[in-house]
Design a protein. Structure first.
Length: 95
């Protein structure tokens, strides 16, 4: 006969594994998967400005385009700004 105190960890582990397997097939929203890309897309959709932080510099811009490697934008000082996504440290925007 198995004691109850030995059975409890097995039951808990089985429940945790079953819950994780059920959620594994669920699609992850873009904002949860990549919040940086979600903020840039929102800037583009709403035509609102963001500040992109990269290597200690802050670049204020409105996003005009976004692809797999680059974000393109414009500002009052420059008509075209291109920043590599892998070089971005952070993004701030008020939507």
């Amino acid at each position: 006969m198995i004691k109850r105190n030995r059975l409890l960890p097995l039951v808990l582990a089985a429940g945790i594994l079953a819950a994780g397997a059920a959620r594994a097939g669920d699609p992850v929203p873009t904002s949860d998967k990549d919040p940086l890309r979600a903020a840039l897309i929102e800037s583009k959709d709403k035509n609102r400005g963001v500040t992109v932080y990269t290597h200690g510099s802050a670049i204020a811009m409105v996003v005009t385009g976004l692809d797999e490697r680059y974000v393109m934008g414009r500002s009052q000082q420059a008509s075209r700004i291109v920043v590599r996504l892998d070089q971005i440290d952070g993004v701030a925007g008020a939507f």
